[in-house]
Design a protein around this ligand. Structure first.
Ligand SMILES: Cc1cc2nc3c(=O)[nH]c(=O)nc-3n(C[C@H](O)[C@H](O)[C@H](O)COP(=O)(O)OP(=O)(O)OC[C@H]3O[C@@H](n4cnc5c(N)ncnc54)[C@H](O)[C@@H]3O)c2cc1C
Length: 384
C-alpha cells in the first residue's frame, strides 16, 4: 500500500493547477455573477485532455485511472467548483458514450467530446423521478430503424448549451429494467429547452428542463442494449460520485488555504487571528477532516479502478462523506473570515454556494446512505 502520489500523478496535478490558475482564477467570480458558461475555457481544458480523462482511447480519451482523474478535477475545483463540476459531468457522459456507444455514435461524437470541442449533458432526472430515477417516464419506442422519443427531463446541467444528450428513456415495462440509454443531438427536431433555472450556486453552468416531442433518433444511437440503460446510468454515476466528491475536496482545499492566509493577515485585539487557540483548533479540525475525505475519495476511486465488487458502495460512502466535509470546511472558512467572508470580494461565499448542491445531486446524501445501508444489511459485503 502506497499513499504517496507518483511523479507522473504529481505532474498531472501540477498541470491542472497551472491551468486553473491561468484560465479559471481570473474569471471565476465574474462567471458566477454574470452566469457565463465558459465554453472557451472548457475547450482549452479539452486541449489538455481534461474533457476525456477516463474516456476510452477508441474515442481519443486519455483512459486514465479514476484516481488520476481526481487529481486533475481537485486542482481545478479549488479555483472554480462550478465550472469543474460541469467538466466532470461532461467526462461522465463522454465515458458512457465511448464505452457503450456503437461505431456510428463513437465516430460521430467521440473525438469531438474528448477534445472539448463539443459538450455533453447527462439526462436522467425527471420532474417526477429524482431519487427514484428508475421510475422515469420518458419513452423511446422503436419504429423501424428509429426510436421515437417523448417525455421530459428536469435539472439537466449544461442543457441548452451542450451538443450531445446522453438520455435515459423507457423502452420496456416499469422499473429500472425497462430503461435504455441513448446518445442524441441536442438540437434534434422536437427537442426544446426550458428557461435557465435561477440557482443558489453553480452559476457558471446552465441548468434547464428538456422536452422531447416526437424526437426521432436512429436505432444505432442506442448505448449498449435495450433494458441496459439504468445499469449504464448507474455505472456512469459511480465515477460521477467520485468526481463530485472530488470537486468538494478541491473547493474545501481552496477555502482552507484562503483561511490559513487570512488568519495570519487579519489582526484583532492587537494580535493576528492565528494566535487565538479556538481558531487554531477550528483550522486543525478542518484540515483533518479534509484529509480524511480526500483519502476516502481516493480509496473509492481505486476500488472502481480495480473493479472491486463493492466499488459502488465505496463511491456512495465517499460521495456522502466528502461532500458533507467539503461543504462544512468551506462554511467554516467563511466563518473564519468574519464579515469579509460574506462579501463576494472574497471567494468563500461562492465556494459555500457552489458546494451546497454536491450534497443533493448525483444521488442525494440520503440516497447514498440508502445504498450503503442496503449493502451492509445484505450481509455479504466486505466493507471495511
Ligand atoms: C443544480 C443541479 C444540477 C443537476 N444536474 C443534473 C443532471 O445534469 N442530470 C440529471 O439527470 N440530474 C441532475 N440533477 C438532479 C439531481 O440529481 C436530483 O435533484 C437529485 O437526484 C434529487 O432528486 P429530487 O430533486 O427529485 O429530490 P427528491 O427525490 O424529491 O428528494 C427530496 C428529499 O427526500 C429525500 N429522499 C428521497 N427518497 C428518499 C429515501 N428513500 N430515503 C430517504 N430520503 C429520501 C432526498 O434525499 C431529499 O432530501 C441536478 C440537480 C441540481 C439541483
Amino acid at each position: 500500500m502506497d499513499f504517496e502520489l507518483s511523479e507522473e500523478q504529481r505532474a498531472f496535478a501540477q498541470t491542472a493547477r497551472e491551468f486553473a490558475t491561468a484560465e479559471f482564477a481570473p474569471h471565476a467570480a465574474r462567471w458566477d455573477v454574470e452566469g457565463i458558461f465558459p465554453k472557451e475555457a472548457i475547450a482549452k481544458a479539452g486541449e489538455l485532455g481534461f474533457c476525456g480523462l477516463y474516456a476510452p482511447e477508441s474515442i481519443e480519451g486519455l483512459a486514465l485511472p479514476r484516481l488520476d482523474a481526481t487529481l486533475v478535477f481537485e486542482e481545478m475545483a479549488a479555483v472554480d467548483p462550478s465550472t469543474t463540476a460541469f467538466i466532470t459531468i461532461h467526462n461522465m457522459a463522454t465515458w458512457m458514450l465511448g464505452t457503450w456507444g456503437g461505431p456510428a455514435v463513437r465516430e460521430q461524437w467521440g473525438a469531438e467530446l474528448t477534445s472539448g470541442r463539443k459538450l455533453a449533458s447527462y439526462c436522467l432526472t425527471e420532474a417526477g423521478a429524482g431519487s427514484d430515477a428508475g421510475a422515469l417516464k420518458t419513452r423511446a419506442e422503436l419504429q423501424g430503424a428509429e426510436y421515437l422519443i417523448n417525455g421530459g427531463k428536469a435539472f439537466i446541467s449544461g442543457a441548452g448549451a451542450t451538443d450531445v444528450l446522453v438520455l435515459m428513456a423507457r423502452t420496456g415495462g416499469g422499473g429500472a429494467g425497462g430503461v435504455s440509454a441513448f446518445a442524441l443531438p441536442a438540437d434534434a427536431p422536437g427537442v426544446s429547452y426550458g428557461k435557465k433555472e435561477h440557482k443558489m450556486g453553480w452559476n457558471s453552468q446552465p441548468t434547464r428542463t428538456i422536452n422531447f416531442d416526437n424526437v426521432r433518433v436512429p436505432a444505432t444511437h442506442l448505448l449498449g442494449s435495450e433494458g441496459e440503460g439504468f445499469r449504464i446510468a448507474m455505472k456512469g454515476l459511480d465515477g460521477g460520485r467520485i468526481n463530485i466528491a472530488t470537486c468538494s475536496v478541491g473547493a474545501a482545499q481552496g477555502a482552507l488555504d484562503a483561511a490559513r492566509r487570512y488568519l495570519h493577515e487579519r489582526q484583532q485585539f492587537g494580535k493576528p487571528l492565528a494566535s487565538f487557540q479556538a481558531l487554531q483548533f477550528k483550522l486543525a479540525d478542518m484540515a483533518t477532516e479534509l484529509v480524511a475525505a480526500r483519502q476516502m475519495v481516493r480509496l473509492a476511486a481505486s476500488k472502481l479502478d480495480a473493479g472491486h465488487a463493492d466499488a459502488s458502495t465505496y463511491c456512495a460512502m465517499a460521495k456522502r462523506f466528502a461532500t458533507d466535509v467539503g461543504f462544512n470546511v468551506c462554511n467554516e472558512a467563511l466563518q473564519l473570515h468574519g464579515g469579509y467572508g460574506y462579501l463576494s470580494e472574497f471567494p468563500l461565499e461562492r465556494l459555500v454556494r457552489d458546494t451546497r448542491v454536491h450534497q443533493i445531486l448525483e444521488g442525494t446524501n440520503e440516497i447514498m446512505r440508502v445504498i450503503v445501508a442496503r449493502k451492509l444489511l445484505e450481509g455479504e459485503s466486505d466493507i471495511r
